[in-house]
Design a protein. Structure first.
Ligand code: 5GP
Length: 208
């Protein structure tokens, strides 16, 4: 990992990227439910809710959490699974499909790297919707399906070949498109002042 270039990102960087991205999301998608992918999507979702509540009528916008892991070794995860498969650690409950049906659902994560996590989240949430639709009479399903929409927001999208695809028609928003570097997020730092100091130096280097 030492040969991979690292970029440190600060809380303020993230806050400002979300502030800039939100108006377009409001105009084009106007979410009425946020699905944060944990743990990196939690802070971005919470910050975006502040801006969404400010600019929309929806003052009770909810954040639901799902837990997915691709990189972290979890107890019971074999070496082969780590980095290859998405592992589900937490999901919507008690009835995921019911929660999603008829809503404009915005899936939020901090970074889109290989895209495997986002692909997993989207396809599994869609399956939940399809399962829920089965409890409705056939003639009502098409209308309900059409009313259930998804979009994705990530703070950073890495410009690199992806290992999974999202449908081209799925609205996709990124705070910033970055090179294929490793991003060090502030919530991973043990010493936030040192993290911010080094982040400022990183920025100077990138500008010069
Ligand atoms: P993907 O499934 O797109 O490959 O990866 C998504 C997950 O991998 C992210 O939610 C995050 O947990 C982790 N990840 C990928 N790239 C980075 C990175 O540059 N920095 C950090 N801190 N985590 C990353």
């Amino acid at each position: 990992m030492s040969d991979v270039q690292h970029w440190r990102v600060t809380y303020n960087d993230i806050h400002n990227l979300i502030r800039k991205a939100t108006p377009k999301i409001v105009t084009e998608f106007n979410p009425d439910l946020m699905i944060a992918i944990g743990g990196g999507g939690f802070f971005p979702a919470r910050v975006m809710r502040t801006f969404l509540r400010e600019t929309t009528e929806n003052k009770s916008l909810q954040i639901q959490a799902i837990g997915l892991s691709l990189y972290e070794p979890l107890p019971g995860t074999s070496q082969e699974q780590i980095g290859k498969e998405v592992v589900r650690t937490q999901w919507l409950s008690p009835n995921p499909g019911k929660l999603l049906l008829g809503k404009r659902n915005l899936i939020i994560d901090e970074v889109d790297d290989t895209r495997k996590t986002l692909h997993y989240a989207y396809t599994e949430l869609l399956k939940d919707v399809e399962e829920e639709l089965l409890s409705y009479p056939e003639p009502e399903r098409a209308e309900l399906r059409a009313a259930t929409r998804f979009a994705v927001f990530v703070v950073h999208n890495k410009n690199k070949p992806k290992l999974a695809e999202l449908p081209p028609e799925l609205p996709y928003y990124a705070g910033e498109n970055v090179e294929d570097v490793w991003l060090d997020y502030p919530w991973e730092a043990l010493n936030i002042e040192e993290h911010d100091r080094l982040a400022a130096l990183d920025k100077e280097k990138r500008v010069s």
